[in-house]
Structures are given as structure tokens and as C-alpha cells.
Design a protein around this ligand. Structure first.
Ligand code: PEP
Ligand code: MN
Length: 270
């Protein structure tokens, strides 16, 4: 392995988003929101609910990498503007995926964290572009990426000068097809031993089944992840994307209560 800049031989990285949100400092950060920004009302209702629960990082896809070109592709920059407006209204930091290196600069004022999706983990032009930006990047694991390939992708960003990188485990492709992906929680301690970067878990894409999300969120606390990213929708069955893995408000409420209890327990153990 050739991991240099993101290796654990360097000082542990804490990603400070402002507003008291620090990823990697021992807190358990919850990032939540809809898979896709569908319209202002949907996003506003979700943010209002999440904010009451103390969630202060809002997710919402505006550029959606869908398997079929006929599926909803996202609202593009209009979606990012809704995200920015709603984030301001509820004093929440916002994160969204950018797929095209040409969109990085234009999105600069609209996002607090740039997301690199699983399908773009090895899009080296995108990684290099994000390496030149002074905002954090969340790098999702490629669905067939080894730990080494993932950390080397992070190294590409860091080599350009930006080492404000959060890793996100979102499940990998295996022979198992009961779940959408196989959530590989072993990478949390592995990445922590190899890298200085914080790592969060996405149990929504990691399972593809809403009834498994809370359980795997709890497991993420137990393996000492730095947080989770969860898909939440006011009416999951009517969502334009990933409704089957999105939580409704009452399921999300329950998840947060469970995570809070476990987090306290884990603090006592450490
Ligand atoms: C997402 O988080 O919006 C997403 C598309 O996930 P992934 O890139 O992990 O498939
Ligand atoms: Mn999704």
C-alpha cells in the first residue's frame, strides 16, 4: 500500500463543518434527508422534522446517478438551491453529490460538503477537482472497491491539497442479493487502523431495506463509526427514488432514540 497523506501515521483528522458539527472528534454525527430533493415542500418538511430531533446535517441529492436513464435524474442546480435555502432556514449544514468536475465550482456556494458517490469513487478528474477546493468531501466507497482502492481514491483528493475527507461505507456487491448491498462494517475498525480519516456508515444504501436500517445504524455505533447517513422521506412510498430504503418520520425518531442510548453506553465502555 502506498497510503501517505491519509495514513494513520498522521494526526487524526477532525472535519469541522462549523455550527459545532465536528466529524471525527468522538461525537456520532447523524446526516439525514431524502435520497433526492424532489421539491421545496418535501425538503422543507423533512428538514423541519429532523431539526427538531437535533440533526444538523441535511442530505439531499440533486444530481442522481440512476441505473436507468429513464428514472428521475434529480433537479440539478435548482435542487441544490432548495437545499441551501432550507439549510439556512433551519441552520443545518448541507451535503449533496456532484458527479461532474465541471459542476464543482458552480456548486461551491450551495453545499457545505461535497459528496462523491459510489459510482464515482474512481472518477479521478472529479477527485482532483475536489482536491483543489477548500470544503470537505465525503467519499463513498465504490460498490466493488477494496479498502486499498478506496483509500487511494482519498489520497488523490489529499494530494491536490484538500485532506478534509470523510469516508462513507455504503455496502459492497457480493453474491448475496437478499439485501441491495452487503454492508461491510468490518471496514470501520480497519479504516481507523489504516487511516487518519473519519468514517461514517450509510445503512440505507448498505441494506436497501428500511426495516434493517435502524439495526445497522445501531451496529454502526457499536463498531465506533463517526456517524451515519440515513435516507428519510415524509412519505417513503411516494418517493421518486429509494423509497423502499427510506425511513418515515416515526421510524427516524425511533432510530435516533436508540442511537442516543447506545452512544452513551459506548462512551462508558471507552
Ligand atoms: C446517495 O447517497 O445519494 C447515493 C446515490 O449513494 P451511493 O453513491 O452510495 O449509491
Ligand atoms: Mn438513495
Amino acid at each position: 500500500m502506498d497510503i501517505k497523506l491519509v495514513s494513520s501515521s498522521n494526526k487524526k483528522k477532525v472535519i469541522d463543518l462549523g455550527n459545532g458539527v465536528k466529524i471525527g472528534d468522538g461525537e456520532f454525527t447523524i446526516i439525514a434527508g431524502p435520497c433526492a430533493v424532489e421539491n421545496y415542500e418535501q425538503l422543507e418538511a423533512t428538514a423541519k422534522f429532523l431539526n427538531k430531533l437535533g440533526v444538523n446535517v441535511l442530505r439531499g441529492g440533486a444530481f442522481k446517478p440512476r441505473t436507468s436513464p429513464y428514472s428521475f435524474q434529480g433537479l440539478g442546480f435548482q435542487g441544490l438551491k432548495y437545499l441551501r435555502d432550507v439549510g439556512k432556514k433551519y441552520n443545518m449544514k448541507v451535503i449533496s453529490e456532484i458527479m461532474d468536475p465541471r459542476d464543482v465550482e458552480r456548486a461551491y456556494d450551495l453545499v457545505d460538503v461535497y459528496q462523491v458517490g459510489s459510482r464515482n469513487m474512481q472518477n479521478y478528474s472529479l477527485l482532483k477537482e475536489l482536491g483543489n477546493v477548500d470544503k470537505p468531501v465525503m467519499l463513498k466507497r465504490g460498490m466493488t472497491a477494496t479498502v486499498n482502492e478506496w483509500l487511494m481514491a482519498a489520497e488523490y483528493i489529499a494530494l491536490e491539497g484538500n485532506d478534509n475527507i470523510i469516508l462513507c461505507e455504503r455496502g459492497i456487491r457480493t453474491f448475496e442479493n437478499y439485501t441491495r448491498n452487503t454492508l461491510d462494517l468490518t471496514v470501520v475498525p480497519i479504516v481507523k487502523s489504516l487511516s487518519k480519516l473519519p468514517i461514517i456508515v450509510d445503512p440505507s444504501h448498505g441494506t436497501g431495506m428500511r426495516e434493517l436500517v435502524a439495526t445497522m445504524a445501531r451496529a454502526s455505533v457499536v463498531v465506533s463509526a463517526d456517524g451515519i447517513m440515513v435516507e428519510v422521506h415524509p412519505s417513503p412510498d411516494n418517493a421518486l427514488s429509494d423509497g423502499f430504503q427510506s425511513l418515515d418520520f416515526s421510524m427516524m425518531n425511533e432510530l435516533i432514540n436508540q442511537v442516543d442510548i447506545l452512544k452513551k453506553y459506548m462512551n462508558e465502555l471507552e
